[in-house]
Design a protein around this ligand. Structure first.
Ligand code: HEM
Length: 531
């Protein structure tokens, strides 16, 4: 952690987690319910603490152009504008300062936004001892008080997700398919008459179940209390992080127990998971840790790799909750965007069905089948291009002064981030970039080398940033893409779907830089009628 005095992070980062948007919406609602007197007292306390720091530290970024006001108190108005219209502010920065860096104020800090592809590529290559992802996450999530700093100190779960989970996908995906079918039967039962579903909360539950099938297995993955706890845990972590960041550091340990449900959720997690840990330990003692019949899941791999204190219930519990934190909101938001596109553009259903039925006939519901679903993949990637989790990706904190090759010097402590629209809506890379063209990547692939997989959803590059880039690129993207494809394919062959107002995609909700699929919209579905 950087010390307060050296820290130029002041006012709100575009939180990389999708749960941020939901937490923020809940908090705005809470603040509306507070009386005026309470709001004023809170605002004055925050201002007294932050403004002197803001003034001193802003001076170090004077050479970076600002979008919005940059005098300390008035910059809070800029921060408010960023909360309600970050998209407009980022677009305005891109227009006014093409291919250059600019800074924006959010509630906690100044953020330097990068748009030039060459600089993005430079950021991609920066080592952790120059641009730190964990510094950024620790600050945003206040990990010391929420998820626990051991996760960034010893991220041994990352190679497990990137290597072991990805390698086991051919073996695991039939189980994920079974779970997906089971969850849909329960949450969107097939009927002849049109029925309604509110997509976002439903998809969260389905992803939580399907993912936990391979994190902890059955029966826990179907336990409604365990599922709800994991959905809520992320929101609680983010809410706690936001509130604590507003306070001086010395107050945070005192305030946390008063405002946060994270510890309660942690205990609930332990209540569900401790008996499972005990049973797994017993089986490993009896049959040996390398027993070839032991469950193939994330918990088994954790237990294989955990050393010392990491083998205890507390630490195992925290890794399981963390992997849920990383998966559920990210996947369900990404998927819900695509689901809304599907309901908006029925013309894509027939070619998708043709492709899915053909490959499932040949390969069953398997990894091989998913690998051949180019149209399904392209549909999801196109949806992610237009509606990524957030408009500011690849957030890092500079842990030393850094001179970029364009001659810009950024001081230690600066938070940097890449503007997703500068890549995803680049007219030189994408024809008619604002249009949803579901099979865009199939066409791009056909124009290039057909054997190339560089247009697949999992393939990140400077034109395609949905899963981040560089050494901290999402290690779960292979699993996530498989789950998303499986779910989209299942919906397409099982249901007809449409919007109440046919053909009009409901507007997304932007909270700060996060893009949330319209939370109020309902989608109509029924048993598939057409061929
Ligand atoms: C559609 C779903 C998902 C999206 C859009 C997504 C997106 C991202 C993004 C943007 C990052 C930050 C990358 C960077 O800073 O360069 C990230 C990191 C991460 N993701 Fe995902 N993610 C998804 C699903 C998952 C799943 C299912 C898992 C686990 C199984 C996972 C585990 C992680 C972890 C552990 C990190 C931190 C990696 C590190 O710090 O080195 N994600 N993800």
């Amino acid at each position: 952690m950087l010390q307060d005095g050296n820290d130029i992070r002041l006012l709100l980062p575009p939180l990389p987690s999708a749960a941020f948007a939901i937490a923020m919406a809940e908090m705005l609602w809470m603040s509306i319910q507070l009386g005026d007197k309470h709001r004023i007292v809170i605002a004055v306390l925050i201002a007294i603490y932050w403004v002197p720091n803001a003034k001193q530290l802003l001076s170090k970024l004077r050479h970076i152009p600002t979008v919005g006001p940059d005098t300390p108190l008035i910059s809070y108005y800029g921060a408010y504008k960023f909360l309600v219209d970050a998209r407009g502010i980022i677009n305005s920065g891109m227009e006014r300062f093409p291919n250059a860096m600019f800074k924006v104020a959010d509630m906690f800090q100044w953020m330097v936004v990068i748009t030039d592809p060459k600089t993005v590529d430079e950021v991609r290559k920066l080592p952790d001892n120059v641009a730190s992802s964990s510094e950024a996450n620790d600050e945003i999530l206040q990990t010391e008080f929420t998820l626990g700093e051991h996760l960034s100190r010893n991220p041994y779960h990352v190679p497990i997700i990137r290597v072991q989970l990805t390698k086991a996908l051919p073996q695991l995906l039939p189980d994920v398919h079974e779970e997906v079918v089971h969850a849909f039967q329960e949450l969107m039962p097939v009927t002849d008459k049109w029925a309604k579903v509110t997509p976002l909360p439903t998809m969260m539950k389905i992803f939580a179940r399907a993912s936990n099938r391979i994190f902890v297995g059955r029966p826990l993955c179907r336990n409604p209390e365990f599922i709800e706890l994991n959905v809520q845990y992320s929101v609680d972590v983010i809410k706690t992080g936001i509130i604590l960041r507003l306070l001086p550091r010395f107050l945070r340990p005192w305030v946390k127990p008063l405002i946060s449900s994270v510890d309660n959720r942690f205990e609930q997690g332990l209540k569900h998971l401790a008996p499972l840990f005990a049973a797994r330990r017993k089986a490993r003692e009896e049959k040996g840790a390398s027993d070839s019949n032991k469950p193939v899941d994330f918990l088994s791999w954790l237990m294989d790799e955990a050393k010392d204190e990491e083998q205890t219930d507390w630490y195992l519990n925290s890794r399981i909750l963390m992997v849920n934190f990383a998966s559920i909101h990210t996947s369900s938001m990404t998927f819900t965007h695509a689901f809304l596109y599907l309901a908006t553009y029925p013309e894509y259903v027939k070619p998708l069905r043709d492709e899915i039925e053909e490959v499932v006939r040949r390969y069953g519901w398997s990894k091989d089948a998913l690998d051949q679903m180019y149209h399904v993949d392209s549909f999801l990637k196109e949806s992610q291009r237009l509606t990524p989790l957030t408009n500011l990706l690849i957030q890092r904190v500079l842990v030393k002064d850094h001179l970029f090759s364009d001659g810009t010097l950024l001081p230690k402590g600066t938070t940097i981030s890449v503007a997703a629209p500068s890549a995803h809506l680049n007219g030189e890379k994408y024809e008619d970039p604002l249009r949803f063209d579901a099979f865009r990547y199939v066409k791009m692939r056909e124009r290039g080398d057909a054997a190339e997989r560089k247009f697949d959803m999992v393939s990140s590059n400077i034109d395609s940033l949905g899963f981040g880039l560089g050494r901290h690129i999402c290690p779960g993207r292979f699993f996530a893409a498989s789950e998303l494809k499986m779910m989209l394919a299942h919906i397409v062959v099982t249901y007809d779907v449409k919007l109440q107002q046919e053909g009009v995609r409901p507007p997304d909700l932007w909270v700060s830089s996060a893009c949330i699929p319209n939370p109020g919209v309902q989608v109509l579905f029924r048993k598939r009628v057409a061929a």
